[in-house]
Design a protein around this ligand. Structure first.
Ligand code: ASP
Ligand code: SER
Ligand code: ZN
Length: 565
């Protein structure tokens, strides 16, 4: 009964959410609120909570598959307990309104009075931050990218309290605790895992940090700073550092391609592994390309993947333009889509149509992303001219900066600690910005060009803080996991060097991966990773992969002490 009803109500809610995010207006926001309230009333009903608790009390006599379903049902109920309908309704409304504010926002380059004389899209900001060598222009653009903060700050503070209140109803210490519970972990265990990860990667990160400070000081003709000014980096949050390694810059390979080609090429990678083509409805119903800057319609500009009916209706929301970043993001989103397709099979009950855990879901497309930047693949599909040689060390350096090592201090450090303090420690709004920048300084060695007072909320500009609350450690874990999976596939299945490999067209690698995906959440994730790779989740595979960089960076950095403090 639960699976059938949930699937139908979730479909209505997803359809309404899809419309609200792809065409932001009051009517669609209202419809989203209505649909979400219907779903919440079912998922959090007293009946569902009591029944699941009763069944779970008799855990010993439950088959594993039933236990896992009930556990998920109760976790979903904790998001909207029927014992506090007023709070649940307010939370749903606050979430929808805040998302609409963020998704419908116009970034403004030039104001005329209260009006905007010149708007700029997030893609345009990203492009300029990737390319511009003019520091004054960079600082201006970076500041423009933080304009959503003040608009969202009050709403985030209110929403934090509502989310916490909801989570406390079924006994969670905070909303952060409720989200972590999805992994069967305590908050302390999660924070330990994150802290250990940051520590493991620190020596390498410090070398990368020093290398980058020196390189950018030269590029912008400045003194070498202690911390890196945020506007020096080619990403709005300095979560990855693209565009630094000229000898390994793949961006130009994608320029001038039609945007459709970017997504189709990503699909070709998956089908080459023996996975099915995307359903026709994916191409009809998705919203993949960027809107014109003057478009009347507004949509969320952050990429996402959707499983609308928890069955065959899969869609992606993106704003693809032809560049290397969107090439990577397209692989990432299709990873989610192929996961949805794989576990939508009769062996997986509806409530277990999820990743083995959320990090597994995030890891799939990024794993394929490692494979899709290999020179042998790029040459094979005619993207990389045969006579263009790429230096292996430079490629590894670029990958550490834009798709691996640099991301961990941000995800496991700054983001996870900020949300931990936001929810678990009830960080007061008048400290949001101070704390954000203290964490960025401590973990990433990044600082703003000029002091950022509490009139700003720079954390609020990160979409996940608003609409994917208390889950960013998913990505940190996914990054560890993707190197563990990659290591296994290259060494054990392909029998190739992880740094110089080609999975494209390899059906055996594809089947190995598909088998994992098609289990959904029917098995224990710790057991799954152990069974399939022989290891527990750890940073070892990532560190091994980047080991050759350490000596190189030490030499390049002239043996200087690398710590920024
Ligand atoms: N939705 C993705 C991330 O948040 C893709 C992106 O990087 O835009 O996981
Ligand atoms: N997609 C996630 C983000 O944009 C992680 O890379 O932050
Ligand atoms: Zn994702």
């Amino acid at each position: 009964m639960y699976n059938e009803t949930d699937q139908r109500l979730a479909t209505v809610s997803s359809e309404a959410n899809w419309r609200a995010l792809t065409d932001v207006n009051d009517q669609h926001t209202g419809e989203r609120i209505g649909a979400d309230r219907g779903l919440a009333a079912f998922r959090g009903s007293r009946y569902v909570i009591e029944k699941s608790k009763n069944f779970l009390n008799a855990r010993q006599s439950l088959p594993e598959l039933d236990f896992r379903q009930l556990d998920n049902i109760l976790l979903a109920a904790a998001e909207s307990p029927g014992t506090i309908p007023e709070i649940v309704n307010r939370r749903i409304e606050a979430e929808a309104r805040l998302a609409a504010l963020m998704d419908g926002f116009t970034f403004c380059l030039e104001k005329r009075g209260e009006k905007c004389a010149k708007a700029i899209t997030p893609n345009e900001i990203d492009e300029a931050l990737l390319k511009s060598k003019n520091l004054a222009e960079r600082q201006k653009l970076w500041e423009v990218s933080k304009q959503t903060g003040p608009a969202l700050k009050k709403g985030l503070a209110e929403l934090r309290d509502l989310r916490n209140r909801v989570a406390s109803e079924l006994g969670y210490s905070s909303y952060f605790h409720l989200q972590v519970a999805d992994y069967g972990m305590s908050v302390a265990e999660m924070m330990q895992l994150m802290d250990r990860t940051v520590e493991d990667l620190k020596p390498l990160y410090e070398q990368l940090h020093l290398w980058t400070r020196r390189r950018l000081a030269e590029r912008y003709k400045q003194q070498i700073p202690k911390r890196i000014p945020a506007h020096w980096i080619g990403n709005r949050w300095a979560q990855e550092w693209p565009g630094l390694v000229e000898a390994a810059d793949l961006d130009d390979l994608f320029r001038g391609k039609p945007p459709e080609w970017i997504v189709q090429q990503a699909e070709r990678f998956y089908t080459s592994l023996g996975m099915p083509p995307l359903p026709k409805s994916f191409w009809e119903k998705s919203d993949l390309y960027q809107l014109a800057p003057d478009s009347k319609r507004k949509k969320n500009t952050h990429a996402s993947a959707w499983h609308i009916d928890i069955d065959k209706d899969v869609r992606s929301l993106m704003s693809v333009i032809p560049n290397f970043r969107w090439f990577g993001t397209s692989h990432h989103e299709l990873g989610h889509i192929y996961y949805y397709m794989a576990y939508s099979n009769p062996r997986v009950p509806v409530v277990l149509r999820e990743g083995a855990n959320r990090a597994f879901h995030e890891a799939v497309g990024d794993l394929i992303g490692i494979a899709a930047r290999q020179p042998s693949y790029l040459r094979g599909v005619g993207l990389l001219p045969a006579d263009r040689k790429l230096d292996a060390t430079q490629l590894l350096l670029a990958e550490a900066l834009d798709a691996a090592v640099v991301f961990l201090p941000f995800s496991a450090g700054t983001m996870t600690h900020f949300e931990y303090e936001l929810y678990e420690k009830k960080l007061p709004p008048e400290q949001f910005n101070k704390r954000w920048w203290e964490l960025a300084a401590r973990y990433q060695g990044i600082e703003p060009a000029s002091p950022r007072g509490e009139q700003f909320c720079d954390a609020c500009t990160k979409t996940h803080i608003i609409d994917d609350a208390a889950q960013y450690y998913d990505y940190a874990m996914a990054f560890l996991l993707k190197f563990q999976l990659h290591n296994h596939i290259t060494r054990k299945i392909l029998k190739q060097d992880p740094h110089d490999c080609n999975y494209y067209g390899n059906k055996e690698a594809g089947k190995w991966l598909w088998d994992i995906l098609s289990l959904g959440a029917t098995t224990d994730w710790r057991q799954l990773i152990r069974d399939r790779t022989g290891e527990d989740l750890s940073s070892k595979a990532m560190l091994d992969y980047f080991q050759p960089l350490m000596d190189y960076l030490k030499k390049e950095n002239g043996g200087q002490p690398a710590a920024w403090e």
